[in-house]
Design a protein. Structure first.
Length: 421
């Protein structure tokens, strides 16, 4: 019996992850995310009546943002971890608030989606028709998962977003595949480069933040409210940063969700201590206080595309004693990337030279080139590897490396490509 695998999105791009896996009897949708731009983009269309269930790997909008579409006219079960559903509700609610005009669904459809969720533990197998599937820890975001789909003797692994390196917040994804695989859908975000040594990166970040603060400045850390903000809090706490830390935006709610689902964290006790040391911002009075004294302010958005980080930039950009520490990948075309490349930022509609110090720290939650190669080398069997979730050069280079250096079949697919496994 063969399994059909259709690539609907995340092909030679980062965004709108979606993969359709099925037999003649049973069909699963693995993620259905959005491409985050001025007008959100969606994967190739799938008639909801053709979908038996959806498996959601994690809460980031490029994987979750389109899932409510499948709840508009009928109810479809959505499988994933309990924490993924809590975080997805938070992120998609904010998405609707900011971009609702462009979206084909509304809050009611999101609520229907949440009502139809089926929380899973890692490793638990679900049988549906002639398919079986289970989710496995991905180490990328609290609650994140890989998906293993089986039918007869066929095995397909979808990595989702994966990180095999331990961070302060999470343990890296373990290598749990003792059985042979027939196909692997593998992310390629950082296929072209390695990440810096994590311990050295953390030390450098805290040392630089300490230097700025002790010289009388404020460090603004634009960071995603789910995942990266918590990682930065844990990094600062682990290195005994002694100065004020302020946290703004949805990070507060995300902290509460992670505390309730602390089994997903590397060290729940250290996480709670790190959160307890920070000052939570609840309104304008707190924001005014945060910029008056030297310290660190962690605020969304991670690429300075909206969010309260923009408000702090307007206060801090013109003074050289302050600093902006970017801690996420900056997609070309975003204000954060513009700041990195040109040293300029749009302040109240006018492009301004930023006098504050600007630095980038590679706190990635994706595997780098070395780890991606190690993962492929560890695979059992002779699987076809589909390289996705990266720019065109990353996907094509990784596929070529896999063929030439590891000896497996590999393809960088296009949207709409269908493979029979």
């Amino acid at each position: 019996m063969s399994i059909q695998l259709k690539c609907l999105g995340a092909t030679q791009e980062i965004g709108r992850s979606a993969f359709f896996v099925g037999t003649k009897r049973t069909k699963l949708l693995l993620d259905y995310g959005t491409l985050m731009s001025d007008e959100p983009g969606f994967p190739m269309h799938v008639p909801p009546k053709e979908v038996d269930a959806i498996v959601l790997t994690h809460a980031h909008l490029d994987h979750s943002g389109g899932v409510p579409i499948f709840q508009i006219y009928e109810s479809k079960p959505v499988f994933g971890t309990a924490l993924t559903f809590e975080l997805a509700h938070l992120l998609i609610s904010d998405f609707i608030h900011l971009s609702g005009y462009y979206l084909p669904f509304e809050y009611l459809d999101l609520e229907n989606m949440i009502r139809n969720t089926v929380p899973l533990k890692y490793g638990r197998e679900v049988k549906m028709g002639d398919l079986q599937f289970s989710i496995l820890d991905a180490g990328h975001l609290p609650g994140s998962a890989q998906v293993l789909v089986k039918s007869g003797k066929k095995r397909i692994l979808y990595s989702g977003d994966i990180n095999t390196i331990d961070t302060q917040l999470l343990k890296g994804a373990p290598n749990m595949f003792e059985e042979e695989l027939d196909a692997v859908v593998l992310e390629s975000t950082y296929a072209l480069r390695d990440h810096p040594d994590r311990a050295l990166l953390e030390s450098s970040f805290v040392e630089e933040a300490t230097r700025v603060v002790e010289d009388g400045g404020t460090v603004l850390v634009p960071a995603f409210g789910v995942g990266r903000s918590q990682e930065i809090l844990c990094v600062l706490a682990s290195r005994n940063f002694r100065y004020p830390i302020w946290v703004d935006g949805m990070t507060r709610k995300a902290n509460e969700m992670l505390a309730r689902n602390s089994e997903s964290l590397r060290d729940p006790t250290s996480f709670k201590e790190a959160v307890g040391r920070a000052n939570m911002i609840h309104g304008w009075s707190d924001r005014r206080n945060a910029v008056k004294k030297p310290g660190v302010i962690i605020a969304p958005a991670g690429m300075l595309k909206g969010g309260t980080a923009v408000l702090y930039m307007e206060k801090l950009y013109s003074k050289p004693e302050h600093a902006v520490f970017l801690v996420s990948f900056q997609i070309p075309g975003t204000p954060g990337r513009e700041l990195m490349d040109t040293g300029r930022f749009l302040v109240k509609g006018k492009s301004k030279d930023v006098q504050a110090e600007v630095k980038h720290f590679d706190f990635s939650s994706h595997s780098g080139r070395k780890e991606l190669h190690e993962m492929v080398k560890s695979l059992k069997g002779d699987p076809l590897v589909l390289t996705v979730h990266g720019d065109e050069d990353s996907c094509k280079t990784l596929a070529n490396d896999i063929k030439e250096e590891i000896g497996l079949s590999a393809v960088s697919p296009q949207a709409g490509d269908i493979f029979k496994i």
